[in-house]
Design a binder for this molecule. Structure first.
Ligand SMILES: Cc1cc2nc3c(=O)[nH]c(=O)nc-3n(C[C@H](O)[C@H](O)[C@H](O)COP(=O)(O)OP(=O)(O)OC[C@H]3O[C@@H](n4cnc5c(N)ncnc54)[C@H](O)[C@@H]3O)c2cc1C
Length: 300
């Protein structure tokens, strides 16, 4: 981490809440479910599918996880009632992974039970490395009974090639991303070029194994690499999609949409935007850099 990054990270708690709110605004639908429904409907009208999430992570009280399950269940029903083209993605630690894995597993099952009759899909996000084994264990367990579940692989992690090869055996629906959490060099690549090349390698493994590929990146080189591999493997349009975050690289997402590829935008909402924004900014100073840049340039 550079001296500037350290300074920015250390100063984050001093930034007044309204400024953090303004800076975070393009990336978050709002505080309420109605905000999510409005932004998601707008996205659908513009030709994008949506991945909806409630902001929250690392809860340490059972009531918080139970509340998250209830809110997610209501969200699933609202998405269905409003015929919005969306699925949900959830952080296992929001559903109590750090409290008790079995408790989290039951919460994931509850969501899948709600989603299944509505024809909706649930993706388990991948969090930092202490969560990886437990998240994959939950995925494999529920995969025995449900097909409306997907998982995430991070190209930053050294273990990911082995994980993709295992997931390939069950033709998992995988979202591939670089990974937002800064991890020790012993278990993660830290060179951006290796993280990129590993992304391409993992995507090729996924396509070769017949996995559904959700290609989550704003990095145009990786979008180009994905086009190349999709062409080479003659992947049908219903076997892959691109994914991006709300508020990030809108021109690139338009190019992908206009080229005829399915693309899904991750849209988060909820009252926990402040804690989430600070945690996210602190976790990755590179993102802090983007955020400050957009704030200072007046786009925040
Ligand atoms: C739909 C989706 C789901 C994700 N799920 C997970 C997950 O479950 N687990 C996980 O660890 N990570 C997740 N990520 C985050 C991901 O791992 C990366 O941290 C993030 O996407 C940045 O990597 P990149 O491939 O876009 O490349 P980068 O090189 O980081 O970014 C390319 C360009 O995109 C722009 N950019 C990227 N991110 C931002 C941002 N936040 N704000 C403003 N500009 C930005 C910048 O202009 C940058 O130059 C997800 C990302 C997406 C898009």
């Amino acid at each position: 981490m550079s001296a500037f990054d350290k300074l920015v990270t250390a100063s984050l708690p001093l930034v007044p809440k309204p400024i953090v709110r303004r800076v975070a605004a393009p990336y978050i639908a709002g505080e309420h479910r109605d905000d999510l429904l409005r932004v998601a409907a707008d996205m659908n009208r513009s030709g994008y599918a949506v991945a909806a999430a409630i902001l929250g992570e690392f809860v340490d009280r059972r009531e918080e996880a139970t509340h998250a399950v209830e809110e997610y269940a209501s969200l699933l029903r609202s998405l269905s009632e409003h015929s919005i083209d969306a699925y949900i993605h959830v952080k296992p630690t929001h559903l109590g992974l750090k409290i008790d894995r079995e408790f989290c597993l039951e919460n994931v099952r509850a969501l899948l039970d709600t989603a299944k009759p509505l024809g909706l899909f649930v993706r388990l996000d991948m969090e930092d490395s202490p969560c990886t084994d437990d998240t994959l264990a939950i995925y494999y367990k529920v995969r025995e009974d449900y097909d409306n579940i997907g998982v995430v692989i991070q190209s930053r992690m050294r273990r990911s090639l082995d994980d993709v090869r295992e997931l390939g055996k069950v033709k998992a629906n995988i979202r591939l991303c670089k990974g937002i959490y800064l991890e020790p060099h012993a278990i993660a690549y830290t060179d951006p070029e290796i993280i990129r090349r590993n992304f391409t390698l993992l995507l090729e493994e996924m396509l070769d194994a017949g996995c559904y590929a959700a290609i989550a990146t704003h990095d145009e080189i990786l979008v180009w690499e994905a086009y190349r591999l999709l062409e080479r493997y003659k992947v049908p349009h219903d076997r892959y999609e691109f994914q991006m975050l709300l508020g990030v690289t809108a021109p690139l997402r338009q190019l992908i949409r206009d080229a005829g590829h399915r693309i899904r935008i991750a849209v988060p909402y909820g009252p926990n935007w402040h804690a989430y924004s600070l945690r996210r900014l602190r976790k990755n100073p590179a993102i802090t850099g983007y955020v400050l840049k957009s704030f200072l340039s007046g786009k925040g």
